[in-house]
Design a protein around this ligand. Structure first.
Ligand SMILES: Cc1cc2nc3c(=O)[nH]c(=O)nc-3n(C[C@H](O)[C@H](O)[C@H](O)COP(=O)(O)OP(=O)(O)OC[C@H]3O[C@@H](n4cnc5c(N)ncnc54)[C@H](O)[C@@H]3O)c2cc1C
Length: 348
């Protein structure tokens, strides 16, 4: 099969690898305007702290992601997958209570260390209600991941730097610029909003800002979390974030975003630091917090792979594996992420 993939963020990268491994001929195009995958912190956290629940499909997504990223490290000869301990500083007595109850349940104990006296008395000025450690967390060094994979595709001669032009597309026959494909997959992140084929879907653009800071005093053995995450990168550097601004398409870092992160940072450290980088990106989110996967209702050779939201690095490996199997073997897509859950309005 010959497949054109539009977009080389984490979605397009994972899908391209799946298709190549299955023996497909792949053409990957990207316009170098990546708004999310290169900015992201790349944290894979199996828990949702707010209500102390498990992340969606966690027992499938987490082991699959670990396996896939490790495989891709070997394939590209680079290192980007790092195991991580996340230490949550409880925000209230209630949150501590949730943890105590849930750590006893088998499905949660896979991801929660049983609280110890040391956790409860963790020596940090900001520790008021105790702390808990998350198991099976990790992070992807997103710069290294994107760089290594794009270099790999470039070495195979399949990556082209250009913007997809809908004026050159015959959607019914999947012919683009005179070349015929079995499928054309759009993995455009937040810019799927402007894709005339899929603009009927409720994709939101959720801007997020992030700081890289340097500090010799901040605790660097684990990733501290409360109101923000503080991700140790080594060499006294940390990523801190992030903010949420809905329906915002621009990727310009703002003073307000910087101040908001600095304020939240006080809930995990009072050590001095300097800011070395300030970035903004736009997450492709969906109101029901589930991805957007599937074939176009009128043009079944046109495919969308999007809506990875706030957890693209955790979700992409398995979801792109499932999408590849759907395209190549006709297996069913996961119903919760299928675009058929939204009514289709024909483009006029
Ligand atoms: C501040 C911030 C922090 C985050 N932290 C995390 C985190 O810790 N963990 C986590 O898992 N996720 C995190 N995310 C979310 C994560 O970044 C996204 O879920 C994920 O990157 C989305 O990937 P994608 O491939 O769908 O989109 P993108 O990464 O946006 O990639 C889309 C690609 O398509 C290209 N493109 C678009 N339109 C066209 C076109 N017409 N022609 C050619 N190319 C085109 C773009 O240039 C881009 O390279 C964060 C996001 C932000 C903004």
């Amino acid at each position: 099969m010959k497949i054109l993939v539009v977009g080389s963020g984490v979605a397009g990268i994972c899908l391209t690898h799946e298709l190549l491994q299955a023996g497909c001929e792949v053409v990957l195009i990207d316009n170098d305007k990546n708004a999310s995958s290169v900015v992201a912190a790349g944290i894979i956290n199996p828990l949702v702290f707010r209500r102390m629940t498990l992340s969606w499909r966690v027992s499938e997504l987490v082991p699959f992601a670990r396996k896939k990223y490790t495989e891709l490290e070997q394939l590209t000869g680079n290192s980007f997958f790092h195991p991580l301990v996340i230490r949550r500083l409880f925000a209230s007595e209630q949150e501590l209570g949730f943890w105590k109850t849930k750590q006893e349940l088998p499905e949660f104990s896979e991801y929660m260390e049983t609280l110890t006296e040391d956790d409860l008395n963790f020596p940090l000025e900001q520790n008021t209600f105790g702390t808990g450690r998350v198991k099976q967390a990790s992070y992807i060094d997103t710069n290294a991941f994107i760089g290594a994979n794009l270099a790999y595709f470039q070495s195979k001669g399949i990556l082209f730097r250009e913007t997809f032009d809908h004026g050159e597309l015959n959607a019914g026959q999947a012919i683009y610029k005179g070349h015929s494909y079995d499928f054309i997959v759009f993995a455009e992140g937040k810019d799927a909003r402007y894709n005339p084929l899929f603009s009927y879907l409720p994709l939101q653009q959720t801007k997020g800002e992030l700081l890289t800071i340097e500090s010799t005093g901040i605790y660097a053995k684990e990733s501290l979390n409360r109101k923000c995450f503080l991700l140790p990168l080594g060499n006294n550097r940390f990523k801190v974030g992030s903010t949420y601004a809905w329906d915002t398409d621009d990727t310009i870092p703002t003073e307000a975003g910087k101040q908001a992160i600095a304020e939240n940072l006080k809930s995990v450290t009072s050590e001095a630091y300097t800011i070395v980088e300030h970035k903004a990106g736009v997450r492709p989110t969906v109101p029901d917090r589930r991805p957007l996967m599937g074939l176009h209702p009128d043009y079944p050779k046109m495919v969308i792979a999007n809506g990875l939201g706030t957890k693209g690095y955790m979700i992409a490996p398995l979801l792109m594996h499932e999408l590849a199997n759907h395209l190549l073997k006709g297996t069913e897509l996961n119903a919760e992420s299928h675009i058929s859950r939204f009514p289709y309005t024909r483009h006029s």
